[in-house]
Each structure stands twice: as structure tokens, then as C-alpha cells.
Ligand binder design. Structure first.
Ligand code: SPV
Ligand code: MN
Length: 612
């Protein structure tokens, strides 16, 4: 470390930071150590380093770069992500863990000398807006300039904020090494590990680059935050935050939790609305109101199917000058291409498999697509024209409604409002979703995914749900809760809804927050009336919404719902859950059974509930 970097470190006046930096140097043995402050020069240094060391390459358009992750490093590695535990914990759900001493020994052995001949970057960030009661601080050390650059786009730099810690150890620490590189990508994938120490608020990640594995501040910090939130009585959730624009200029803030690749970003980006955040929200009670901040300041979004029609705002940002990192797409002549972009795709170029040509096969004989299904873009929210004016407010935005959703082809209706807060917590806690390309492994398998957060819950499930149930205590305004499903299909496997229909669900819920629409009570909650949706489809989408469509979408598939309740009963049989949750499960099951007997049908039309 040269004298200027040393001074930057010393100016923080924090012995804990100094000790971590010293220990990391001893362990990882970098050739050079660079401290990155919030200055333009330092941030630009990271950007240039990523280009100079080959982790990113310039594209034709000003500000655009491409980064490739290794062929086997294209998504979150759940199998090698583990909690380091010094004693056994009954989580209720299946959680990957390893005995702490054993895990530390293993990961230290992989980190030992991992930065040989490389440059170590030391960076400081705030999770949430600077100067805010919501925010947490994070120290990131990495030998990947791509990781440091991505974090610069996705989070708020906070070297100056770290000075205000006054020597306190109250920050998260993330150590990452991409390990041995060939052609700019991590190669020792068999030694890829991500180990989380919940007791010390530290995470170690080695031999990977895919952002969900490597960036400390994203899903790794999220796991630490969930534990902290549960201890302190606030919520850290896998949620977007958006401003829904109702009639007469009214803006109503919603949050929404969806599993990865199930419509979370596309909901937050629906035309006509404004975005605060698309992935992780911190929620707190302030003066009797739930308020939320985006802990990030950018988007690491899935690029597949982003096109002018489905995602006009993102598409524009991806096709005009500005700071964007593309990852794992096809590059031809300095121009990025991806599946579903609705443009002609060249039949050769460079992609995540190296030199690519149409028809290229992998080792198993499977055709390699032009871009990976989980290929991504990284950009700052303030590059987007639909950023909400309150996106960086240190006090957050007031939350009026919460959406939960999963990828469910055969059971749950497009939108339903919960009967009460506890029923809403139950609806969120019983989300099921079919697996996607966002994690390694088989796709399309139905999995239970409470609050779309199963991969990240870092406390026993019962404790996590209890924290939600009691969150409304002393609240002046209790937000409404909605369960949504954008993926319902008919009996021949055709999707029942268009991609833009979510705009109508949002606006219906927005109106409900002011009692502007009536609803029909069913065993699973309150559903919209046909007449209201018809008006909204015309107003929002200029679309004629037929009675037949309404009936197909909102009829209750009682048999499937009862099967779902059976699956839930089985899951919760062996988990210690709060009594209020168990009662909701029982009550909803009973209501469904009663309806089945009363109507003597396997599928009940929405109109039938009107004559109760
Ligand atoms: C997700 O998979 O939920 C993401 C991307 O938001 S990442 O977690 O970074 O892989
Ligand atoms: Mn996510």
C-alpha cells in the first residue's frame, strides 16, 4: 500500500477497518492494495481497472461495457452458499450450513494467496440512502474490478459516512476473491464457496464472479440484514418499491416481493409509474406509518425479453449512451444482442461460451443460446427516466400496499386482496413458485417460497413470520396486502394474461387503498369486480376486457387450491409457526372446503360468490 492509500485508511480513524484490511492482506497476499474513496478520481480508477485487467471490455456505445462470467458461473450457487454455524439451529426450513470452524478453515485455505499478483480494492458503501435511520454500512474488499465497479453503480459510496462511525465496528464486511482467472473468468469453480458468518456480520466469497455470488452488497448483505431486521423489529425484504400513479396525479407507494425472474423488475417498470427500487427494500415504522427505502441505487436486471414493447424504459437505457455493464449476452462488432430483444440476432459473435455461432452445442449436446437466460444488465436508477422523485429520500416513502407473487401455472388467481393483515402475511408465507434460471439447477419445478425470500431467510421461519405478523402493532395506517400471479395458464398451457395486465392489477389495488372499488369476498380473499376491471383495462391499456377472460382468470380452481393447502399443511406440520399463522391456514382450508360443498363444483365462477 502506498503512502496515499495508507493515509486514506488512517483518515477513517477506525481500528476495526484497519485490522480487517491488515488481516486480509496477510491472508490473500495481493500484489497491490488500493483504497477507494467517494472521489470521482477513485471511482473512475475502478472503472478503468476493470477495462485494463480484461474483466470488462468497451462496447461501441459510449459508457457501455461487457463482462463475461464463466460458463458454469451464470447464476446464484445455492449448493455452495452456506451459513457458518457454531451451534445447531432449528430453522424450520432446509438451510445450507457448515460447522463454523470447519467452514472457516476450508474457505481460508481457498482465500490463502488468492490475490497473488492481483490488486486488492477496498471500498465503502451505504446500504440505503446516506444519512438515514434505515441505512447500514458495508466494507467490501475484492480483487475483482468488475465487482467493485458493479457495486459502484448499484450502491451508494460511503467512505465519508464511514468516518462518521467514530471508530465503531457497526458495519458489515464482505471479502471476495475471483480466484484464479483464465481469459478474465474464474476457473476453479469446484472450489467456489460463499460462507456467511451471521454472528460476526461477515461474508467470504471465493472463486466466482457472477454478481449474485460475488457482490457482497447484494444477496449476501441481504441475508445479514434479514437477521438484523428480525432482532430489531423492522423488515428487510426481497421487494421492489414503486410509485403507482392513480387518478388526478395521486402517487401511492407499493412494495412487492417476487422470486427471482418472476416479474418483480417488470412490475416496478410498468409504463406510467415511477420506480424507487427493484430488488431489496428495508421497511421501518416511523410515526405510525410503514416507510420503505431501496437499499440499492441501481438495477442488476435480467435482460432476456427486454424489448421496446415489454420494457420500453429499460430498453431505451440499454440502447442509448450511459454507464451500463452488460453481462453474458452476445457481442458482435461491439454491439450487444440478447434473446427476446425482438431484433435480428447475428449468427456469430462472442458470448458466455466464448466464440459462438448459431447451432453451437455444449458438452451434453444441448444447443447454446445467443445469450444466457440469466444474462443481465447493470445500471444506475438515475439513468432511467421513470425514477421516482423520492427514490433517494433518507426518510423513505410511505407504503400503502404490499404485493406478493410467484410463478404458478395452475392454481392462484391473478390478484386477490387479503382479508386482514394476518391473512396477507399468510398469503405471502404460502407463495409457491416454479424455479427459474436465476439459480443453478433444474428449472420449472414447483417450490415453496415464503415471501419470495426462501433463499435469503437467515432466521428460523417461525421467527421471520412472527416479525411480519407483529409489524402492524401501533400503526396508524395498515397497508393492504395482495397476492398476485402473472403466470396462470389455461388447460392447454396458454398464459391467461398479457405482460401489461399487471398495470391494471396495480391500479385496481391503488383504487382499493382509497375505497374506490368494491370487491367480492371469496374463500381466498377479496377479488375485483368485472365492471371495475373492464373500466381499468380501457383506461390503462385501451383494451376491451371480456367477461370470458374475467371468468377464465378469476374462477377459483377449488381442487387445485385444496391441493395447495394440503402441500402447505404438510410443510408446516413439522415447523414451529406462530399460532396466528396456523389459524389462517386452517381457516382458509375450511372456507375452501365449505365452498366446494356449497357449490358442488371443482371450479367456481367469480359471479357465484356475489349471491352469498
Ligand atoms: C436474484 O436472483 O434475485 C437477483 C439477482 O436479484 S442476484 O441475486 O444478484 O443473483
Ligand atoms: Mn433478487
Amino acid at each position: 500500500m502506498d503512502i496515499i492509500d495508507l493515509q486514506k485508511l488512517e483518515k477513517l480513524n477506525n481500528q476495526h477497518v484497519i485490522k480487517i484490511v491488515e488481516e486480509t492482506i496477510q491472508l490473500c497476499k495481493p500484489a497491490k492494495v488500493t483504497m477507494i474513496t467517494d472521489s470521482k478520481e477513485d471511482i473512475n480508477y475502478v472503472r478503468e481497472l476493470a477495462l485494463n485487467n480484461g474483466e470488462e471490455k468497451k462496447l461501441k456505445m459510449e459508457g457501455h461495457t461487457i463482462h463475461f462470467d464463466g460458463y458454469y458461473d451464470q447464476a446464484r450457487d445455492k449448493a455452495n452458499t452456506r451459513y457458518l454455524l457454531s451451534k445447531d439451529v432449528d430453522w424450520g426450513i432446509k438451510v445450507n450450513s457448515i460447522e463454523k470452524d470447519k467452514g472457516l478453515k476450508e474457505i481460508y485455505s481457498f482465500l490463502d494467496g488468492s490475490m497473488n499478483g492481483k490488486e486488492m480494492l477496498v471500498r465503502f458503501f451505504s446500504l440505503g440512502p446516506n444519512n438515514s435511520v434505515f441505512s447500514l454500512k458495508a466494507l467490501q474488499i475484492t480483487d475483482s474490478a468488475y465487482v467493485a465497479h458493479s457495486e459502484d453503480i448499484l450502491y451508494r459510496p460511503a467512505y465519508e459516512e464511514f468516518k462518521k462511525l467514530n471508530g465503531s465496528p457497526d458495519f458489515f464486511f464482505f471479502l471476495h476473491s475471483a480466484g484464479r482467472l483464465e481469459n478474465g473468468v474464474s476457473v476453479d469453480i469446484d472450489k467456489r464457496r460463499i460462507y456467511i458468518d451471521l454472528e460476526k456480520n461477515r461474508v467470504y466469497s471465493v472463486n466466482n464472479q457472477y454478481a449474485g455470488n460475488s457482490l457482497g452488497l447484494k444477496k449476501l448483505a441481504f441475508r445479514l440484514a434479514i437477521k438484523k431486521a428480525n432482532e430489531e423489529g423492522w423488515l428487510a425484504e426481497h421487494m421492489f418499491i414503486m410509485g403507482v400513479h392513480g387518478p388526478n396525479g395521486r402517487i401511492t407507494y407499493f412494495t412487492g416481493a417476487y422470486p427471482s425472474a418472476c416479474g418483480k423488475t417488470s412490475t416496478a417498470m410498468i409504463p406510467g409509474q415511477t420506480v424507487v427500487g427493484d430488488d431489496i427494500a428495508y421497511l421501518r415504522k416511523i410515526d405510525g406509518v410503514i416507510r420503505a427505502v431501496n437499499m440499492e441505487s441501481g438495477i442488476f436486471g435480467i435482460i432476456h425479453s427486454v424489448n421496446l414493447e415489454n420494457d420500453p424504459v429499460i430498453y431505451q437505457a440499454l440502447t442509448t449512451p450511459g454507464e451500463v455493464i452488460f453481462s453474458n449476452v452476445l457481442i458482435n462488432n461491439g454491439v450487444p444482442y440478447w434473446g427476446g430483444m425482438k431484433k435480428d440476432i447475428p449468427d456469430k459473435g462472442i458470448n458466455f461460451s466464448g466464440e459462438w455461432f448459431k447451432g453451437k452445442k455444449d458438452k451434453q449436446g444441448k444447443e447454446i443460446p445467443c445469450s444466457h437466460k440469466n444474462a443481465r444488465y447493470t445500471l444506475r436508477l438515475n439513468e432511467l427516466k421513470n425514477i421516482d422523485s423520492k427514490a433517494n429520500d433518507s426518510g423513505g416513502v410511505p407504503v400503502k400496499a404490499i404485493f406478493y407473487g410467484g410463478r404458478d401455472s395452475d392454481t392462484t388467481i391473478p390478484i386477490v386482496e387479503s382479508l386482514t393483515w394476518a391473512h396477507g402475511v399468510f398469503l405471502g408465507a404460502t407463495v409457491e413458485s416454479e424455479t427459474t434460471a436465476a439459480t443453478l439447477g433444474t428449472r420449472g419445478v414447483r417450490k415453496y417460497n415464503p415471501m419470495a425470500n426462501l433463499d435469503f431467510i437467515s432466521v428460523p421461519l417461525g421467527t421471520y413470520i412472527e416479525n411480519h405478523l407483529k409489524f402492524t402493532k401501533n400503526l396508524k395506517v395498515i397497508p393492504k396486502i395482495y397476492a398476485t400471479n402473472y403466470f396462470l395458464k389455461d388447460e392447454i398451457g396458454k398464459y391467461l394474461n398479457g405482460k401489461m395486465d399487471k398495470r391494471v392489477w396495480l391500479l385496481w389495488a391503488e383504487g382499493r387503498a382509497y375505497s374506490e372499488f368494491e370487491a367480492i369476498e371469496t374463500p381466498v380473499g377479496l377479488i375485483p369486480k368485472y365492471e371495475d376491471l373492464k373500466k381499468l383495462f380501457i383506461r390503462e391499456l385501451n383494451k376491451d376486457y371480456t367477461r370470458v377472460e374475467y371468468i377464465q382468470q378469476f374462477s377459483l380452481r377449488i381442487i387445485n387450491y385444496l391441493k395447495k393447502m394440503e402441500r402447505m399443511n404438510k410443510i408446516f406440520e413439522n415447523i414451529e409457526m406462530p399460532a396466528a399463522f396456523t389459524e389462517e391456514l386452517k381457516a382458509q382450508t375450511e372456507r375452501l372446503k365449505l365452498a366446494k360443498t356449497k357449490y358442488e363444483e371443482d371450479i367456481i365462477f367469480p359471479f357465484q360468490f356475489l349471491d352469498i
